[in-house]
Design a protein around this ligand. Sequence first.
Ligand SMILES: [Zn+2]
Length: 257
Amino acid sequence: MNIKILVANFIFIFLINHACTNTSPNNNYIKNDYPIEDTASQEKIKENIQIREIDKKYLIGKYNPETDSNFVKIPSKYCIYRTEYIHREVYDALLELLDYANSQGIKLKIVSAVRNYDTQLYLWNSRVSPNYDIYTIKNVLKYLAMPGTSRHHWGTDVDFNSTALQYYNSYEGITIYEWLCENAPKFGFFQVYTSNRNTGYNVEKWHWSYKKLAIDFQENYKNKIFCPDLGKFRGSEFCGELDIFNNFVFEINSEFL
Ligand SMILES: [Zn+2]
């Protein structure tokens, strides 16, 4: 091997390592530029083998978290607006994350955790006026999921501190976001709507998901949920035309794919 090939190899290996260790969401697109696809798909195959069956009603939020034993209440000291619930398999990791933040002087709280179908429908109807058209729906879809398509139905996802863009541009918001990027993955949480996507919801710095369980929900969702499963509501007739599942539900941080 001559010296030129050695140097080229060295530079190539350095670039790959750099891309893999750089977890900043703003730089995630770098991952696609290097041949790490094989590793990602091998991991996915491994994970697929372990995917468990999840009933359709939990995929589209047709349950009541107050009475369903799969969900537990989050202590009110961590909730900003109302009583919040989370999937019982996410609870320990979430509480560890919140307690760890608190111990470091980071005021991390929950705006929204579990939202069932009815809650999502209420939010949807409050944004979509009765005389809507497809442009209205596209506009609402910048930040709000159609009923039956929200990851908040799964009990695996959480919005932290605020869903206002200006908050995450403030000093406090920037501090919180940087802290989350550095620490949330240690507890199994990853940002879902990052900047390295082509379509779907706008970037949401507040929305984080517990990957270990969310992957199960995602894989079940892919195989079991189709437009008619969402039911009828304002704009549901555009589910197919807007390719809601590919363009929104699965247009997420490549960390989850
Ligand atoms: Zn959210």
